[in-house]
Write a protein that binds this ligand. Structure first.
Ligand code: SF4
Length: 80
């Protein structure tokens, strides 16, 4: 039987909540009779997103209050 689970892909400090937060992905694993298939990722969320979205300040895409800012995206590093 296939099963779903939330897995943490990345953790980092978030200034908005002043705490470590995790970027989580919901993975669907295939049933045991299809063992060679990779899990499918069907959703992402921040571990503090629900709490964060209740604040009165716009925060980030994972709280649903600021689609223009994703703190988990790596900044481009200039090559010198
Ligand atoms: S939803 Fe965004 S702003 Fe809020 S805690 Fe998570 S990463 Fe930080």
């Amino acid at each position: 039987m296939a099963y779903k689970t939330w897995e943490t892909e990345k953790t980092q400090f978030c200034d908005h909540v002043k705490a470590m937060v995790g970027l989580e992905a919901e993975a669907v694993y295939p049933p045991e009779w299809l063992p060679d298939q990779a899990p499918r990722l069907i959703a992402h969320r921040c571990s503090m997103g629900a709490v964060c979205s209740l604040s009165d300040k716009g925060s980030c895409v994972w709280a649903g209050t600021n689609p223009a800012f994703d703190p988990f995206i790596e900044p481009d590093v200039e090559k010198s």
